[in-house]
Design a protein around this ligand. Structure first.
Ligand code: FAD
Length: 371
């Protein structure tokens, strides 16, 4: 009798949540599944700023992977992958184990590019997002213990803006020495302007909100100088939160897989490696060579159904489906105080109701994978 085809899902990212849900609903005879994940709980990026602002608990923003894998009859391996050998389709884990598959699907996200360097001791990176959720909890204690500390968020894209405003909101709620401090201690450090990939109207809305909340925007061509010397030169100690662009994990760039111009795993429109048949990749780790692929959770989420279908089809030798990246999509930028700016293409709107709309969408997403 033919052995079952072993599909190894590497990383519990947004796309793999959907793959697991689908295999749970419709098991495939002749297929054996394993999930390798650093943590037993997958954080949902959309709710991370709300977690920082204090609106959500850690439980609320995480999807436990054990029930999902159980329903999909998938072996759960909680360990960090440290090496991938694309030729042998085998993965080395931090505990020394090696797991090989007939098919490998990668959804391990990306890491914040802090390559501009920093001399600050108190420094956290927004990605990997699972590390950030833990680092933030630790950092809160540091900030609470020292009311003179200032916080600089480096990177003025959507994640940087959301984090700066969420941190500012959280700090305003913190009791310091019996009282609350009224002045803002947060700055946002970026290139020439905030939200460079958004339309002018959205940038204006967010700039006004930042000013109103006392979050200073420091622009400059050399982020490193501002982040290290410029801010410490102002006479304050700073905590640095890095929310700049992303780069691929080092172990993935050494796998032997073809890479795109930025070093991410080069995939075709079927989300299959350009160099190795039977290896798929989605989310931030993937570089779609036939089209633009912004590093956003919404893209990883939309790739989930296509990836799930293609793993099934590959296992049964059928023709693969194509993923078409959306040209525009809805962005909801939360501002920490239960307020949000929504935009889609050139259209934009803001308000408290917009935050409740985002809250409803985000909670629905997490609930879908918890049920
Ligand atoms: C503050 C913030 C807010 C954001 N808000 C939004 C938003 O509102 N909308 C949006 O579209 N995007 C948002 N993003 C972007 C979003 O976080 C990413 O694009 C998204 O998380 C990418 O999803 P993914 O599935 O590729 O990987 P991830 O969600 O990063 O998941 C990767 C998973 O792989 C696991 N993993 C990683 N390395 C290994 C390893 N070596 N071995 C085993 N397991 C591993 C991790 O534990 C993790 O569970 C935000 C980002 C930040 C920082």
């Amino acid at each position: 009798m033919r052995n079952a085809m072993h599909i190894v899902l590497l990383g519990g990212g947004h796309a793999h949540l959907e793959v697991l849900r689908r295999f749970g609903r419709r098991p495939q005879p002749g297929v054996r599944l394993s999930l390798i994940t650093k943590g037993a709980h997958a954080p949902y990026s959309g709710m991370l700023p709300g977690f920082v602002a204090g609106h959500y608990s850690a439980d609320e923003i995480h999807v436990p992977l054990a029930p999902l894998t159980q329903r999909a009859n998938c072996a759960l391996v909680v360990a960090e992958a440290t090496r991938l050998d694309a030729e042998r389709r085998s993965i080395l884990l931090s505990d020394g184990r090696e797991i090989a598959g007939d098919v490998i699907s990668i959804n391990t996200g990306a890491v914040t590019d802090c390559s501009t360097g920093t001399s600050a001791e108190r420094c956290v990176a927004a990605k990997p997002i699972d590390d950030f959720a833990q680092d933030w909890t630790r950092l809160m204690d540091v900030i609470e213990a020292d009311p003179t500390l200032r916080i600089a968020v480096i990177g003025a894209g959507a994640a940087g803006v959301e984090l700066a405003l969420s941190i500012q909101h959280r700090l305003m709620q913190m009791p310091f020495a019996g009282g609350r401090i009224a002045e803002s201690r947060v700055s946002l450090v970026g290139g020439d302007d905030i939200l460079p990939s958004f339309p002018a109207k959205v940038r204006q809305r967010v700039a006004r909100l930042l000013r109103g909340r006392g979050v200073t925007f420091l622009s400059g061509p050399d982020i490193e100088v501002i982040a290290t010397r410029g801010l410490s030169g102002a006479g304050f100690q700073h905590v640095l939160v890095w929310a700049t662009g992303v780069r691929p994990a080092d172990w993935l760039t050494r796998s032997g897989l073809a890479l795109d111009h930025a070093g991410f795993v080069a995939v075709d429109r079927h989300l299959q490696s350009k160099s190795h048949e039977g290896i798929f990749c989605a989310g931030d780790a993937a570089g779609l060579v036939d089209g633009p692929q912004p590093k956003a959770g919404v893209i990883a989420v939309r790739q989930g159904p296509v990836l799930g279908e293609n793993l099934r089809r590959y296992a049964s030798g059928r023709q693969l489906q194509s993923f078409a990246p959306p040209k525009i999509w809805l962005s909801l930028i939360s501002t920490g105080n239960r307020y949000a700016v929504a935009s889609r293409g050139k259209w934009s709107v803001e308000g408290r109701w917009t935050w409740y709309w985002k809250d409803w969408i985000d909670r629905r997403f997490v609930r879908k994978y918890k049920q």
